[in-house]
Design a protein around this ligand. Structure first.
Ligand code: SF4
Ligand code: SF4
Ligand code: SF4
Ligand code: FES
Length: 951
């Protein structure tokens, strides 16, 4: 259990080499210079009364409750301890009669303009005003005492309408004490600047943007203001409904790769709210809308909680016992293997499950299935990261911890939209940019990070989809030609021969900015300016996303960025690095756990006899010495009739893979499809067995985020399905003839640690002690490794790779003149399985096609009208959103909704090294439409039938 309310030091930590020593109520304390008296006092255990201060926002000095006295004070009045720094030798008095009288008087003024209804207030028991009133003797009969500045005798603000527009929280102006904590949290923590204090003096009031309510304002519902509010003015609706929680469990968000730590706050064994954990290594007490509010899907009525089987995919589902379902699946798999051979079945691990759940699935496949036909959804997102960074640096992971960005001078964001994809990291990044870091954004779209309140990219390079490689090569060309290479670094840290080859390659005119103009659509001059800025930065860091990897040259681009970073000496220290912003909560972990067909846990090649023998000895089986099939190979082989059965842990391939028709054909060709998921997904329509899965609130294990940080996921409740997911897999293995004997997920992690050098030091006990651990964690790094490649690269010398530009074969022409690129929005997540079952739909419940006004005009397309999106692969319809954020010649959509089926039009082109699909480039044409595409009609019919086929 974790404390419900964490300690608040009142003002933010100060970093200073210089220290001062003073006394708080005669207790000596030494603090960094400029530390507030309030913080110094909190550090020695003296909590000074306060209402407007909090340690994640700058002090403001408005409530005056924190006044203190000190020896030698000059002038009238007492200083506020939140705005006054402790000085050398200062002797501070925090409590005496006079201070008490003054504080009580101040409180009475607040109370005079506050409803006297603690008894019925939803925040009863979780309110700083209530706490202070109790401490100062102003609380009688379970409510605030009537004030001497009584409500009846003067003006007040009571009787205002409550703003209930946001589906997750209410704003009750009656309870607002205008402390401005919400405004400062929105500005400083979230960086959205959605709130302001309107008017002055008595008329002051909180206002969301220029709107009358939160929902219509710029607010992104991160909840930072709600968390900051010291009264019941801003309050979660769930607290209003269920009451103030009285218990808490520390766990980790199950959405994106930021991996925010949360306190799941509970009452009567029910989650009431999720509160970001202040000591969370990744998020430091902040969150986005998804993690904080969109967890209701866990109890959604659509959730399947009983195992189901059927002989044929057109039959109705039949609910059966766990034993029957597991035996049914095992018998089918065994029969297939008997008839079609060992390699005719395989499985997929999920990036949404815990490390332990992913590990046990790949173990099932390598033992009970007896092959290496295991893959994971990282195949379709960051497999090029794994390949590219391993070739150049020696390990398949990002180089930095998130905190590193606070030390960066030049931030380069390539093919990532962090404000929607990785919102909490985006807030951290934006903070650094507001402090003065330079920003280069490479993205076809004018994403939010290009321009938002108090943020403006120094350079935005709106490249055409598919032209990352010529761009990064041109950056390196500029660095080499203009003498911006860090030769000392290269000499000391990198492989000389590969560097010399690379220099010859990159100097070639074909890699010049002038040559890059045509494919990128960006002027040579702009490329040169951006390249110089990166190369000349003291600490330059690259952050990238799927706009880098989901291309036919994804791996080339990752290596291109690594080359540039090594050549300019930007790897191996704080503030620098090359960092993938990984998509799903445990995509890093699922890769770490050996989910690829060519790698055992810890990225050890399957062909490596020594590595294999470690596992063979422990598992008591012979492991095939050749890589198994990738997911794409499995699907092709299924269509070809050689691959017959698959165990899919939490992945909705039919919706998430490109070329949907091909995937549907693959799944309908198989004899046994086992789906383990929360809901009947699009892929489950092709399943013979459905194993109901657990939500993150039921899981016990670990997730690993984008910075290699292993976080604990602790169960808030027992699995409502009756089984943990690792138990299902273990029992399936047993039914197929291979016995595993795990009794808890803790024991699974112990086995991972025993067999995996980079995890040797990881255990649940150590995680409980340290909070989180960034791998590698072993004898050399018992507390983990925040920054990699510090003294040398993991592979020894950094390897430069030749990054020839081989353009995609997917080209626009007269028939398909536009390039479609895809992405996501803030409120929906991936294929929307979870978020579509929450109130997040109120912000976005459909995928729209973003199109530039000139392209829309040319085609007679009006805002909001239905358009047909057609590619060489298929067609679909969706509504148009006309915007200048997208350049002419490019269109954009998300893929959150099955009815839109954006992947019906994407192609099966993929990265040359890893088969990561080329989601980001599809040649298309768009035209006005008056009716749905045939494909969509089919989907809608299927959806209508779905309820009839559940027996
Ligand atoms: S929810 Fe977040 S974005 Fe919205 S007003 Fe509050 S702090 Fe600002
Ligand atoms: S809404 Fe809450 S945090 Fe904002 S000013 Fe009012 S009392 Fe302070
Ligand atoms: S940023 Fe990612 S991990 Fe954090 S709360 Fe949002 S979705 Fe969850
Ligand atoms: S806490 Fe210092 S003035 Fe409000």
């Amino acid at each position: 259990m974790t404390r419900l309310k964490e300690k608040d030091f009142g003002t933010p930590i100060v970093k200073s080499e210089k220290t001062v020593t003073g006394y708080i109520d005669e207790i000596e304390i030494t603090v960094p210079e400029n530390t507030s008296i309030m913080r110094a006092a909190a550090m020695v255990g003296v909590d000074i009364p306060s209402l407007c201060a909090s340690d994640n926002i700058k002090s403001f000095g408005s409530c005056r409750l924190c006044i203190v006295d000190f020896e030698g004070r000059s002038g009238f009045g007492y200083p506020s301890s939140c705005t006054t720094p402790l000085a050398e030798g200062m002797k501070v008095v925090t409590q005496n009669n006079e201070l008490s009288v003054l504080r009580k008087d101040l409180l009475e003024m607040y109370i005079s303009d506050h409803p006297l209804d603690c008894n019925t207030c939803a925040a009863n028991g979780d309110c700083d005003l209530q706490d202070q009133s109790i401490d100062h003797g102003l609380y009688n009969d379970n409510q605030l005492a009537a004030s001497k500045y009584s409500i009846e005798n003067g003006c007040n603000h009571l009787g205002s309408d409550i703003d209930t527009s946001n589906p997750y929280f209410d704003f009750d102006p009656d309870k607002c004490i205008v402390c401005s904590r919400c405004v400062r949290a929105c500005n400083e923590v979230q960086g959205t600047f959605a709130l302001s204090i309107e008017s002055r003096g008595f008329e002051s009031k909180v206002k969301p943007g220029i709107s009358d309510n939160f929902f219509d304002s710029e607010c992104v519902s991160c909840g930072a203001c709600v968390q900051a509010c010291p009264t019941g003015s801003l309050l979660e609706k769930t607290v209003v409904e269920k009451g103030v929680p009285d218990n808490t469990v520390l766990t980790t968000c199950a959405y994106c790769g930021v991996g925010c730590s949360f306190k799941a706050e509970i009452k009567n064994n029910e989650v009431v709210r999720m509160v970001p954990y202040k000591d969370g290594g990744a998020n430091k007490g902040h969150s986005c809308i998804k993690g904080r509010f969109a967890w209701g899907y866990a109890n959604h009525p659509d959730r399947i909680t009983k195992p189901m089987i059927r002989d044929n995919i057109n039959d109705p589902w039949k609910e059966v016992s766990w034993n029957e379902a597991i035996q049914f699946a095992a018998d089918k798999f065994k029969k297939i293997q008997k008839e079609h051979g060992t390699n005719s079945i395989g499985g997929i691990t999920s990036a949404r499950t815990t490390n332990e759940e992913a590990y046990i699935v790949q173990k099932l496949i390598r033992t009970a299935f007896g092959n290496n036909n295991v893959d994971t959804c990282a195949r379709v997102c960051h497999s090029p990261t794994g390949y590219g960074l391993k070739q150049t640096f020696g390990t398949s992971a990002g180089t930095q911890h998130f905190d590193s960005v606070q030390h960066t001078d030049v931030i380069v964001v390539i093919g990532a939209n962090p404000t929607v994809g990785h919102p909490v990291f985006a807030s951290q990044m934006k903070k650094r940019i507001r402090e003065g870091a330079k920003l280069i954004v490479v993205d076809p779209r004018k994403t939010d990070i290009v321009k938002s309140p108090h943020i403006k990219a120094d350079y935005h390079l709106p490249i055409l989809p598919g032209s990352n490689v010529p761009l990064i090569n041109a950056f390196s060309h500029v660095a080499v030609n203009e003498g911006l290479i860090d030769l000392d670094y290269v000499k000391a840290r990198c492989d000389e021969s590969s560097f010399n080859d690379w220099i010859e390659f990159i100097k070639d005119e074909s890699n010049s900015p002038e040559a890059a103009e045509k494919p990128t659509g960006v002027s040579a001059e702009l490329i040169k300016k951006a390249a110089r800025l990166y190369a000349q930065g003291d600490r330059s860091a690259i952050y990238y996303g799927l706009g880098v990897t989901e291309h036919s040259q994804g791996s080339t681009m990752v290596m291109g960025m690594a080359n540039l970073a090594m050549a300019t000496g930007n790897v191996g220290f704080i503030g620098a690095g090359v960092n993938p912003l990984r998509g799903q909560n445990n995509v890093q972990g699922s890769c770490d756990m050996g989910s690829f067909p060519h790698e055992l846990p810890g990225y050890r090649p399957i062909e490596d006899e020594n590595a294999r023998s470690v596992f063979e000895t422990k598992w008591n089986v012979k492991i095939q010495d050749k890589p198994g099939m990738r997911s794409v190979n499995m699907f092709d082989a299924a269509v070809g009739g050689e691959f017959k059965g698959i165990y899919v842990q939490g992945e909705d391939f039919v919706q998430s893979e490109p070329n949907t028709q091909h995937i549907e054909e693959a799944f309908s060709s198989m004899e046994c499809v086992v789906i383990q998921d929360l809901f009947l997904t699009e892929t489950a329509k092709f399943a013979h067995v459905f194993f109901p899965a657990t939500s993150f609130l039921e899981k016990d294990g670990t997730f690993t985020n984008a910075e290699r940080r292993i976080n604990r996921v602790r169960p808030v409740m027992k699995p409502i399905t009756g089984k943990h997911e690792w138990e299902i897999t273990q029992e399936l293995a047993k039914a197929m003839g291979y016995e595993m004997k795990f009794e808890s997920s803790k024991e699974i992690m112990d086995e991972v640690a025993e067999l995996t050098p980079t995890f040797n030091g990881v255990s649940f006990d150590r995680l409980d002690k340290l909070g989180s651990i960034q791998w590698p964690c072993n004898d050399q790094a018992p507390e983990g490794t925040p920054i990699m490649h510090v003294d040398e690269f993991v592979r020894g010398k950094g390897q430069f790779m030749i990054t020839d530009y081989v353009p995609t074969t997917e080209k626009s022409n007269r028939k398909y003149p536009l390039l479609l690129t895809t992405g996501r929005n803030l409120v929906q997540y991936n294929v929307g399985t979870q978020t579509r079952r929450t109130h997040n739909n109120k912000w976005s419940d459909e995928d729209v096609l973003e199109i530039h006004p000139s392209d829309a005009d040319m085609r007679g397309i009006k805002e909001g009208s239905l358009v047909l999106l057609r590619s060489r692969k298929g067609e679909t319809t969706l509504n148009a959103y006309i915007t200048e954020k997208i350049p002419p010649g490019v269109v954009y959509t998300t893929f959150h909704n099955p009815e839109t089926g954006a992947n019906v039009v994407t192609t099966e082109n993929s990265d040359w090294a890893t088969n990561c699909p080329e989601y980001k480039v599809t040649a298309v044409e768009v035209e006005p439409a008056s009716y749905r595409s045939k494909w969509q009609e089919k989907k809608v019919n299927e959806a209508n039938q779905l309820e009839h086929i559940i027996a």
